[in-house]
Design a protein around this ligand. Structure first.
Ligand SMILES: NC(=O)c1ccc[n+]([C@@H]2O[C@H](COP(=O)([O-])OP(=O)(O)OC[C@H]3O[C@@H](n4cnc5c(N)ncnc54)[C@H](OP(=O)(O)O)[C@@H]3O)[C@@H](O)[C@H]2O)c1
Length: 192
């Protein structure tokens, strides 16, 4: 299972239900890594998305609330259910008759596009509660490090024990017109 997150210098990930900032390069990076796959998130993160469900991905939401609140996503009720997502005996059905990739969906673009059918590769995409519970089951970490400290952040990523992780790659970029802060893309694999 993969996990993807953007964190600041203090491990912060959010503020008042939103991201700390919008780095256009990070949004592109997130889209490139997750498109075509399954994305798993907590209900608060799902409801904070400007466009939901995330297109061309299988959207899974962890919640104890009524599934009807999460149109376009599949709802799961426990960490165990997430760990069984690829188990064919434990299939969930999308929470709408019109799947986002269905050609008959009223949300289909008028310009014909080839729908991307998501595969079984899972990305945990937040937020704080979900990262905390799923990090122990993750074997690949994609961290965007925003080289800044956001003083009013209220949601944090759990502490990472780096002795358990091997750095696979790191690329660092300076701030520019579309990216207000310096940032790095890092990839880790569990194990030494
Ligand atoms: N920087 C990043 O990369 C990044 C990524 C994603 C999100 N974020 C930020 O993180 C913040 C949101 O994080 P959050 O911790 O407040 O919320 P969250 O993890 O997105 O969602 C929490 C909700 O998930 C459900 N939940 C959690 N554990 C559960 C369990 N074991 N069983 C059933 N349901 C469970 C509950 O939903 P119900 O209350 O509906 O039952 C809970 O209220 C926002 O600020 C967001 O912008 C940052």
């Amino acid at each position: 299972m993969n996990l993807i997150v953007a964190i600041d210098d203090q491990n912060a990930i959010g503020k008042e239900g939103n991201l700390l900032c919008h780095l256009s390069a990070d949004l592109r990076h997130f889209k490139a890594l997750t498109t075509g796959h399954t994305v798993v998130m907590g209900s608060r993160t799902y409801l904070s998305l400007p466009r939901r469900p995330l297109p061309n991905r299988r959207n899974i939401v962890l919640t104890r609330q009524d599934a009807a609140l999460f149109e376009g996503a599949e709802v799961v009720r426990s960490v165990d259910e997430i760990l069984n997502l690829n188990n064919p005996n434990a299939l969930n059905t999308p929470n709408t008759p019109n799947s986002p990739t269905s050609p008959n969906s009223p949300n289909s673009p008028t310009v014909p596009t080839t729908p991307i059918i998501p595969d079984n590769e899972i990305f945990i995409i937040g937020g704080g509660q979900v990262y905390e519970q799923l990090l122990p089951y993750t074997n690949r970490l994609y961290i965007t490090r925003i080289h800044h400290t956001f003083p009013d952040a209220d949601t944090f990523f759990p502490a990472i024990d780096y002795s358990q992780w091997q750095l696979v790659s790191r690329e660092t970029f300076p701030a520019d017109d579309k990216n207000r802060y310096d940032y790095s893309f890092e990839e880790y694999r569990r194990g030494k």
